[in-house]
Ligand binder design. Structure first.
Ligand code: HEC
Length: 465
């Protein structure tokens, strides 16, 4: 590094640069988001984590794994300052890690319609990704690292044995869990996960797989494959953009999302499974009324396409319509109303730009491509969603609850005639909000990451009847 560069008054401040260019993925406090935490004890890429290795990583990036290259954006002094900044924050975190904030149990949060408190349901889980319930009130929780947990009568049980082996690197992992709508009669539970695989050259090409099975005496049994991609043709190297939410309709179909896996252009290619929302019969068969079954160049499971990384998927119980939230790049997070055979435009149209500030495209709209119902720019890192149907918060019934990883909040979105008419942030800054679900008790449950916990929103004591 040259002295003139270090002394140059025009070097930009590392904290500002971090907030502007890095926080989007690594989190505003460096605690991670879509990209790894830089506070914990592991360097996922930078070898032993020397200053030189980190500077090299920032300059050159790791495109395959989703880390952009920054050498054209920053000078050497700025990169060096970013390394120092990361080191300082990490040291501070390591000193204070015992005192990370948990939502205080007696903190009453006031919002437009309801006052509530946030109760911790469990803090013994490891990166909870999805939460759901069995009809008897048992909570199902996936941990990204690969375990399926049950929480019954307030007790977190040990991981279910013999669940599928998963790739847990990067954004991969054990992702969604969803009981069949007729679970009470058939006992099926569906899991989506990153199925591990490597190429002969050793590249990680894990890809979405969906299975269903039953839990018998704490063990995963009767497993059937519902969806698996052809390894030879479709698998992508790298560990980003798996998507992977599941939603069932009332007529025996399973819908699920697969992100673009970092290969943007595949989202427009109907011969590829990535960047799509798919629809199958609940046993994995292709419905013969799917939109592309007659097109020999298209995969018959595809329902809609042009998606980047849809990580929220839910039917509106009032209208029967399917909604999805999707991570944009830098900006352009989307809420979409999902309809048959529709092209949602990624990467040909977007409200976002590349992470290093260069444009992806100048176009935000085009003929034949659907517009988002709304977009969030800058990105909130939008994740799981749920239409609230409980009784504890009557003023919120029918509203869409939306989680945000990077901006660490839970948002209430009011939709009327397929338009968003109002939004309110219900709480923020207690960790990344990964998933939300209305519990059988009418409370609102949220899966938080870093610190990892499941919390529930219940009406404040004074507000209870
Ligand atoms: C598009 C998302 C994204 C943005 C923006 C981003 N990174 Fe990364 N970064 C990643 C991912 C993903 C990885 C992990 C790559 C891997 O798994 O090897 C990573 C890894 C790193 C690492 C290595 C961490 C380790 O544990 O070894 C450093 C250092 C780093 N990033 C710094 C930065 C800095 C500084 C910026 C801003 C100038 C930045 N990143 C912006 C996605 C991003």
């Amino acid at each position: 590094m040259s002295i003139t560069q270090t002394a140059c008054a025009q070097n930009r401040d590392a904290p500002d640069l971090f907030a502007q260019f890095c926080a989007n993925c690594h989190g505003p406090d460096l605690g991670g988001g879509s990209a790894p935490s830089m506070l914990d004890d592991v360097w996922t890429y930078g070898g032993t984590g020397t200053d030189e290795e980190l500077a090299h990583q920032i300059a050159k990036g790791n495109l395959e794994k989703g880390m952009p290259a920054w050498e054209s954006v920053f000078n050497e002094a700025e990169i060096r300052a970013l390394v120092v900044f990361i080191r300082e924050r990490r040291a501070g975190y390591q000193r204070n890690r015992e005192t990370l904030p948990a939502p205080p149990a007696d903190l009453v949060l006031h919002t437009q319609q309801h006052d509530f408190v946030i109760e911790t349901v469990t803090d013994e889980v490891d990166t909870p990704w999805s939460i759901n319930w069995l009809p008897d009130g048992t909570m199902l929780i996936t941990e990204k690292s690969g375990s399926l947990r049950l929480l019954r009568d307030g007790e977190l049980l040990p991981p279910v044995m013999d669940t599928p082996w998963v790739d847990g690197a990067g954004q991969a992992g054990l992702l969604e869990v969803a009981p069949h709508p007729d679970y009470a009669t058939n006992g099926w539970i569906y899991l989506s996960f990153s199925d591990p695989a490597t190429t002969p050259a050793g590249a990680n090409v894990s890809f979405t797989k969906i299975v269903r099975g039953r839990i018998t005496d704490g063990t995963w049994t009767d497993e059937e494959v519902i969806y698996a991609a052809d390894i030879a043709h479709y698998r992508q190297p790298g560990s980003v953009h798996y998507g992977n939410r599941i939603a069932f309709d009332d007529t025996g179909h399973i819908f699920f999302s697969i992100g673009d896996r970092g290969a943007q252009q595949h989202a427009q290619d109907l011969g590829r499974p990535n960047g799509k929302i798919h629809r199958l019969h609940d046993d994995g068969r292709i419905p013969n009324d799917n939109p592309f079954v007659a097109d020999p160049t298209a995969l018959p499971s595809i329902w809609s396409y042009g998606h980047r990384n849809p990580q929220g998927l839910d039917f509106d119980p009032a209208t029967g319509e399917l909604w999805s939230t999707e991570h944009g790049p830098r900006g352009g997070d989307e809420l979409n109303l999902i309809t048959r055979s529709t092209n949602y435009g990624w990467p040909l149209i977007t409200y976002g730009m590349n992470y290093n500030g260069t444009p992806i495209t100048a176009r935000t709209a085009a003929a034949g491509m659907a517009q988002p119902v709304i977009h969030w720019t800058p990105s909130i890192a939008v994740c799981g969603i749920d239409f609230y149907e409980g009784d504890l918060f009557p003023g919120w019934r029918g509203n869409l609850l939306v989680t945000a990883l990077a901006q660490q909040h839970l948002r209430r979105v009011v939709i009327v005639d397929n338009q968003v008419v109002e939004q309110e942030i219900l709480f923020q800054d207690f960790g990344r909000c990964r998933d939300v679900a209305s519990g059988p008790d009418g409370a609102i449950y949220v899966a938080l990451n870093r610190p990892d916990r499941i919390v529930r929103l219940v009406p404040a004591p004074t507000a209870q009847p």
